[in-house]
Design a binder for this molecule. Structure first.
Ligand SMILES: [Zn+2]
Length: 353
């Protein structure tokens, strides 16, 4: 199957409203797995390919694996009773090599590194998040110090990267309902004082989420990548490659070719970001999710699903412009290929032309 590309996908308010769904957790879990996560995967695939092109780094053979959430098994009933409130697809440290640059307080070897960077979609929209939130619980002061010193010594580079990637450092954990954005230098000072290292960075993009905003958030990831990658290399007791990677950014004119669709205000002043909207509201499944569920999350023309790399769309059988109605029986699930009439495997063509 032809891989879905950036211009085959969108994420809209109805997708975001999925996370407010309270009447059907099973449908919600399936919709996240078969509709939302495959779209985030398209973003990550494009990201990884740009990283390869710009830095010459093959992330999956070097130090990273796909990190995704939620992970659930449909056969396990308890998994499907959970009210999942976000979908995440990104990179995290792989289980090998051993991260011998990170010393744990209990002296056990570090097998899992807590650095994660990726795309998070929730009722709040799309964000790029980087976090390392397990540090203060698990690692020695010495380890935290190595990391903080890296950040302090490379402050100039990091602030440039941070500003061009539009990633904002947060003082508190990004999962909390409200987080305060502080100047980076101030966060570092308080980390050093309290002897912990836990600085999430986020960037939020606004609806409509289509090619332009996806392109912009992928650029943020690619520009921020040297920080993630350097922290991982330090965790393998290697020298920080930050400066060489930044040279590659400059060489590729990444900062300057990066035309953004949004006009963002400067991010050094204190600012509050509301990270959650009211979850208590009772929301029923939108038509899109009912159509997907009725069609078993498969393209009704070629039978492909997310397992085969299909991105699913809801399509009007008879277009509204030709007298079609907005009722369930006038909707069908099509994959990204059948939706534009590109698939030659269609068994039937329910489309009215
Ligand atoms: Zn199809």
């Amino acid at each position: 199957m032809e891989k879905a590309k950036l211009n085959n996908i969108t994420l809209d308010e109805e997708d975001a409203a999925l996370f407010n769904l309270k009447d059907d957790f099973l449908l919600k879990a399936k919709a996240i797995k078969y509709s939302i996560l495959p779209k985030l995967n398209v973003l990550l695939e494009e990201t990884v390919s740009r990283i390869r092109k710009i830095y010459g780094i093959e992330v999956f053979s070097e130090n990273s694996i796909v990190h995704s959430a939620p992970n659930f098994r449909e056969k396990r009933r308890s998994d499907l009773k959970i009210d999942y409130n976000y979908a995440f697809w990104g990179l995290g440290g792989s289980r090998l090599p051993i991260w011998d640059g990170l010393k744990r307080v209990d002296n056990k070897p570090t097998k899992i590194i807590p650095h994660i960077i990726g795309y998070q979609f929730s009722n709040n929209g799309l964000m790029l998040v980087f976090h390392n939130s397990k540090y203060k619980l698990k690692f020695t002061e010495k380890t935290c110090e190595i990391y903080l010193n890296f950040l302090l010594e490379n402050m100039e580079y990091i602030q440039t990267i941070q500003s061009f990637s539009k990633m904002l450092p947060l003082l508190t954990n990004f999962r909390e309902s409200e987080s305060i954005i502080k100047p980076f230098s101030e966060i570092l000072k308080s980390c050093k004082k309290d002897k912990f290292y836990d600085i999430p960075f986020i960037r939020k993009v606004k609806f409509p989420l289509d090619y332009n905003s996806f392109n912009s958030i992928i650029n943020s990831f690619v520009i921020f990548f040297p920080i993630y990658y350097s922290l991982l290399e330090i965790a393998r007791s290697k020298k920080s490659p930050l400066k060489e990677l930044v040279t590659k950014i400059n060489h590729n004119n990444l900062y300057y070719n990066y035309q953004d669709v949004e006009n963002k205000k400067p991010q050094t002043t204190d600012e509050k970001i509301l990270l959650n909207i009211d979850k208590s509201k009772f929301v029923k499944a939108g038509v899109r999710w009912q159509v997907f569920e009725r069609d078993d999350f498969k393209c009704i023309a070629c039978g492909k699903s997310a397992h085969d790399g299909a991105i699913l769309h809801v399509d009007h059988i008879i277009p509204i412009s030709k007298g079609g109605s907005n009722t369930m029986d006038n909707y069908q699930t099509l994959c990204h290929l059948c939706n534009i009439g590109k698939s030659n495997k269609s068994k039937k063509n329910l489309r009215y032309n």
